[in-house]
Design a protein around this ligand. Sequence first.
Ligand code: ATP
Ligand code: MG
Length: 180
Amino acid sequence: MYLKSLELQGFKSFPDKIELKFNKGITAVVGPNGSGKSNIGDAMRWVMGEQSSKALRGEKMAGVIFHGTQTRPKAPFAQVTITIDNEDGALEYDSDTVSVSRKLYRNGDSFYMINGKEVNLKDIVELFMDTGLGRDGYSIIGQGRIADIVNGKSNDRREIFEEAAGISKFRSKKKEAEKK
Ligand code: ATP
Ligand code: MG
């Protein structure tokens, strides 16, 4: 499994539709301060279902929508699509490539899609669970996260190890069953 591309439109500092293509191996994103490097990481977390605007360095979720400049109008929506190569079947989804999209309008309307089919947030969270990817996965290590892990409560730390061991799904399913 590897990240093939990331498409952004109207997300933070990216008003126009752009596609970033990645290859297997290491990609470094470089640029001056404030040029949007961290926004790319935010976009990845957002499309994988992040619900905390603070985690995305904003106050409200609508803050991810391009807010315009003196010369450009604000965007009506933000949309991000991540495309993952799934030839090794690491994602439990019967397709060699899996695209996940999220779209948010200014009025709060919000949509998630997997391979073009509308789904719920829960489906996105489940898709990435135990893969290391996802909004709570350890594959995105934000600034300060290492300190959080080291200084965190033992329960929070345990969640990280459960995700790495691939058993988060079972705990989540158990919790769900208990609710019913
Ligand atoms: P550094 O090297 O300092 O970490 P960076 O390349 O990581 O910088 P980012 O934090 O990704 O920079 O980008 C910050 C820029 O994104 C700021 O100029 C900010 O105004 C812009 N930005 C954030 N949200 C929006 C938005 N909704 N609309 C337009 N621009 C936005
Ligand atoms: Mg940054």
